[in-house]
Design a protein around this ligand. Structure first.
Ligand SMILES: [Zn+2]
Length: 109
């Protein structure tokens, strides 16, 4: 016979089919997963930053130290390349500006 019960987990009142039920349907569903499964899910959602790096190194078939070094080098080169491009653009802009000023000056005289 259905009866009102208080969930031992969330303290919500719910209708239970039997007096042996201690959890509301929501908490009962949550309790279906084993602690191991929950722990696994948690690590899947928030993987450790280091673990990610180690896994990437592993996938590349390199030791973590070696991979870390190469990764740092790669990033440094990328940054260098960006800076070089930026400086080139800046230079070109200045040249164009100078050329325009020359043009302007010539047309004036
Ligand atoms: Zn509950």
């Amino acid at each position: 016979m259905p009866m009102f019960k208080t969930c031992t987990a969330c303290k919500e009142t719910f209708i239970a089919e039997s007096p042996f039920i201690k959890l509301c349907p929501i908490c009962n569903a949550k309790s279906q997963t084993t602690p191991a499964e929950r722990a696994q899910r948690k690590t899947r959602i928030t993987p450790d930053r280091l673990m990610l790096d180690v896994r990437q190194a592993d996938a590349a078939g390199k030791s973590y130290g070696r991979w870390r070094y190469e990764e740092t080098e790669r990033r440094r080169k990328e940054e260098e390349e960006e800076r070089r491009k930026f400086e080139e653009r800046q230079k070109r802009r200045e040249q164009m500006k100078a050329a325009k000023e020359n043009e302007h000056g010539e047309s004036e005289t």
